[in-house]
Design a protein around this ligand. Structure first.
Ligand code: FES
Ligand SMILES: [Fe+2]
Length: 432
């Protein structure tokens, strides 16, 4: 077997291909649905907080907003990673500004209360002016559940209902063998987009728009050849690189496989018409390279060494491996008050040989309406902003989805499971 087995080839509940799922557009546009998500989804699921390397040393921290919440992740004196609500327990001022840094005390700018990296209150100016004393629960920052997996810090805003491993299920099993903890950040940016967080993630769960929206892809990747697999709430698509079928079966190896072979010292011209052999040869080369560079690739199947594996982590993250040495994380965050906006974080990571380091470029924040980074994102946000407008139209009653867009239906069915029984009929997805 050269490809992983993630689950079913149809989303659970959507096995009957003759039936469609009506997704009411108001799920994308109304404060009412955003409030349901806040109360019954975001507070209960495991969420990606950031990159473990950003809190690798005692005193490292990062802070970020998630909808109405603000979260602080620290590395304590003993090296433990901890997460807290980024909120001073005196009067509720936020403590750290969004972004990362290094310190041994968080000083609230309003009245000067000081907290250490473990969340303990260390200093209260004019403490004698509090004759009532300090209740024990006001002496600590409010903790948030936190775990490390795949080089990422994960949090759960409420007491977790299941462990991270259980929540991630097949993601946990199939991402773990990449040893993503050895990856380093190459670049990362955050952008404010003029669409709902679901509109944004739909745009990356859908491979149907590739030819029309990103015509440049056809030179090096066939997005229409993506094979989908579905778990309970997460999903995966795989694009096998270098596979040619039908009249192209005897052709020369195309891009990006041809370049990958050349970089491995293999002449692609020798493998015309023998694409599976070329893929096996490249996988063997990459296994040998892994051993040379000191990481264990034995848990990866051959396909994971050569192909695109695009993992959708319910509800709002993509973990997208390009072969086994390059990784893109995308995180889609809801806006605190406006369902027509969201925040998109993109992190590009690379595997770095033992004891090596990567030069990381400074994090960039792209405000709403400003030019995006990279042509693909320029193309996507142009389309997605117009989709968001269409979702408000009285002339649009809901999408008709192809089998290349079934991840969208899958996500909405999963959302409804988390929101049940709170979703009013008008906002509920239904089979038609
Ligand atoms: S609100 Fe933080 S010290 Fe007063
Ligand atoms: Fe796109």
């Amino acid at each position: 077997m050269s490809q992983i087995d993630f689950g079913s080839d149809q989303p659970p509940g959507l096995e009957d291909l003759d039936r469609d799922l009506l997704i009411p557009p108001a799920r994308y546009t109304t404060p009412e649905f955003a409030a349901l998500e806040r109360a019954h989804l975001w507070s209960r699921v495991w969420l990606v907080a950031g990159v473990h390397l950003d809190v690798a040393k005692p005193g490292d921290y990062f802070a970020f907003d998630f909808g109405h919440e603000s979260i602080l992740v620290t590395c304590d004196e003993d090296g433990t990673v901890k997460a807290f609500h980024n909120i001073c327990q005196h009067r509720g001022h936020t403590l750290a500004d969004p972004g990362s840094g290094h310190c041994d005390r968080f000083v609230c700018p309003y009245h000067g209360w000081e907290w250490d990296t473990g969340g303990t209150l260390r200093k209260i100016p004019l403490a004698a002016r509090f004759p009532q004393g300090f209740q024990a629960n006001r002496r600590k920052l409010a903790p948030v559940a936190c775990e490390i997996f795949a080089g990422l810090v994960w949090i759960c805003l409420r007491e977790p209902e299941v462990s991270l491993a259980e929540f991630l299920g097949p993601i946990y099993r199939h991402v773990q063998p990449y040893h993503a903890e050895a990856f380093q950040v190459n670049w990362d940016w955050t952008a404010e987009w003029g669409c709902n967080w679901k509109t944004a993630i739909d745009g990356f769960n859908d491979t149907y728009h590739g030819p029309a929206t990103h015509p440049q892809f056809s030179a090096f990747i066939d997005t229409t050849a993506a094979r989908f697999q579905y778990g309970d709430m997460h999903s995966l698509f795989v694009i096998e690189h270098g596979v040619r079928t039908g009249k192209d079966a005897a052709a020369e190896i195309g891009e990006p496989m041809a370049s990958a072979l050349r970089r491995a010292g293999i002449n692609p011209a020798q493998y015309a018409g023998r694409h599976e052999e070329a893929r096996a040869r490249l996988a063997a080369h990459r296994r040998a390279e892994a051993t040379k560079h000191g990481w264990d690739a034995s848990g990866l199947l051959d396909g994971q060494l050569t192909d695109t594996h695009h993992f959708y982590v319910f509800p709002n993250v993509h973990i997208d491996f390009h072969g086994a040495n390059a990784l893109t994380i995308q995180r889609f965050r809801p806006h605190a008050s406006n369902p027509d906006q969201c925040l998109v974080d993109v992190i590009d990571l690379k595997r770095v040989p033992k004891h090596g380091t990567l030069k990381r470029t400074a994090h960039v924040h792209v405000p709403l309406g400003q030019p995006q980074h990279g042509i693909v994102y320029v193309q996507d946000i142009e389309r997605l902003t117009r989709i968001q407008k269409g979702l408000h139209s009285s002339g649009f009653s809901g999408a008709l989805l192809s089998d290349m867009e079934r991840r969208i239906s899958h996500m909405h069915l999963s959302i409804d499971r988390w929101l049940a029984p709170h979703v009013p009929d008008a906002l509920r997805t239904r089979l038609t």
